[in-house]
Design a protein around this ligand. Structure first.
Ligand code: ITT
Length: 205
């Protein structure tokens, strides 16, 4: 029988990226990966931590304990240098409406309108957590640096992807292919770091 593991997120863009990032290890460990859409009655986890790691840990542990299954979660966001790391953990609700990607990035661009190019450094951050029932296994962090544009470009990805021009590349994160984004991204780095812990959790370490 396959080993069921739950992706503790309601963000379908994240589910798609995570399935691609975990790719080969799903077959290797005979995993049956399910999203929270398989558990519509499960209450939302309140993200009241003040760090990415605290929120990722809380999401993974709450879902693992509620379902009695291993769970993976991430908490992620955009940290802007000149804003001291904001929107940070508030990235999904920066404009006041949770998950309104367009409103969030437009508000951020307006707030930064007067900031010169040389001070527009920013980066995505992702904390990825693996929990088994009763126990947090591990949390790992990944980063994806770039410079904020003045207008959105590209239609791939989600969230703030259209306004982060990737370091060492003329393109924004939304102009990368999904494979290119996952190879360089904060989420790719954080979840690839979890793979040895997944092997250990499923007895193949
Ligand atoms: P879950 O909590 O259910 O996983 P969520 O969308 O609320 O879903 P977060 O609390 O981690 O997830 O907020 C992530 C926000 O950060 C997301 O809505 C985007 O605005 C931004 N973000 C994170 N990763 C991103 C990425 O790869 N590309 C663009 N924006 C990203």
């Amino acid at each position: 029988m396959p080993n069921r593991i739950v992706l503790a997120t309601r963000n379908e863009h994240k589910v798609g990226e995570l399935l691609a990032i975990l790719g080969d290890v799903v077959a290797e460990l005979d995993l049956e990966v399910v999203g929270l859409s398989a558990y519509p009655d499960l209450p939302d986890v309140v993200e009241d931590g003040v760090t990415f790691a605290a929120n990722a840990t809380k999401k993974a542990a709450a879902v693992a304990d509620a379902l009695g299954l291993p769970a993976l979660a991430d908490d992620s966001g955009l940290a802007v240098d000149v804003l001291g790391g904001a929107p940070g953990i508030f990235s999904a609700r920066w404009s006041g409406r949770h998950g309104d990607d367009r409103a969030n990035l437009e508000l951020l661009l307006a707030q930064l309108a007067d900031v010169p190019d040389v001070h527009r450094g920013a980066g995505f951050v992702c904390a990825a957590a693996l929990a088994v029932p009763g126990r947090l296994v591990v949390v790992e962090e990944g980063h994806f640096r770039g410079t904020l544009t003045r207008a959105p470009r590209g239609s791939n990805g989600f969230g703030y992807d259209p306004i982060l021009q990737v370091d060492g590349d003329p393109r924004t994160s939304a102009e990368l292919s999904p494979t290119e984004k996952n190879a360089r991204s904060h989420r790719g780095a954080a979840f690839r770091a979890l793979i040895p812990h997944l092997r250990a959790a499923f007895g193949r370490g």
